[in-house]
Design a protein around this ligand. Sequence first.
Ligand SMILES: [Zn+2]
Ligand SMILES: [Zn+2]
Length: 341
Amino acid sequence: MRALVLHGPDDLRLEEVPVPVPGPGEVVLRVTGALTCATDAKMMRQGGHPALPPNPAPFGHEACGVVASVGEGVTGVAEDDEVVVANSAPCGACPPCAAGRPSLCESIVYLSGAFAEYLRVPARIVQRNMLPLPPGLPPRRAAMVEPLACAVRGTERVQAGAGDEVVVLGGGVQGTLIAGLLAGRGCLVTLCDPHEARRERAIRFGAVRALDAPRDPAAVQAVKAAHGGGRGPAAVVEAVGRPEAWEAAVAIARPGGEVLLYGGCAAGTTVTLPTFPLHYQELAIRGSYHHTPDAVREALARLAANDAPYDELIGDEIALEQVADVLRAGSGEKRPVRTAP
Ligand SMILES: [Zn+2]
Ligand SMILES: [Zn+2]
């Protein structure tokens, strides 16, 4: 079969490889839906990632498919079943898992290899995070279960509720999904992004207002002043992944408010935070990483219900040959990848 394989920084190759054979507890899927992700672009640029096996590494982690073969000891799944897989599964036994924090699992198992005709699903994911495809859910939308599960997990870390003003910084896929989830909860969401098309899309996802991205201290103060009668919004979600946006998020929040630092920044970066609002204004700052099995199930139910215009986040289909160029261009849109010959 043909498969995309990562060999090093900016070295993603289309190769002829053997069709995977499932080991004990494993399942092999014929991929029917696979999507590109901003994380793929980062992995390709870096030439490796903690969520990838050592190079040469099978590539692509957002997938759904049809069960093609089943390994020894697998129960409850049969050939020809249509399934969705999350891109990881926690162990359920380590201290963070035992404490109810599976997104911090110390021995998490990741999925990789969706950009190929066939995908081997690790036993742990078969057991914990492989789910039947809900009837009527198109495979390419189902493959969005991982990014939406991350957004679901992120919004679980936000306490703001109905009637509360929330500012979301960043209108990429993640910022848009988060805006939609918070709007669905009744929050009054303002999304900030430099691109007009993304601002308009945020309104269709339920944001009540969309503003340009604040790029200097005066613009940051203007976003704050536009909320809470000048005091600032109840919550700010940073979904850009840059230190300056993290700092802006803290500057926009109102006294007693909350900040979710959601976007992952480049390794080794740091931020400078003012001590005054953290101490005298009791600002609550949280992070959010990855997702949980519960968030995966909620995300899949939402995709099946199509409770937001999710398909707007998915662009035109591309061939395996185009993936590297599309990731390099980094449009921010998700692209379905045609994996069948
Ligand atoms: Zn992803
Ligand atoms: Zn664990």
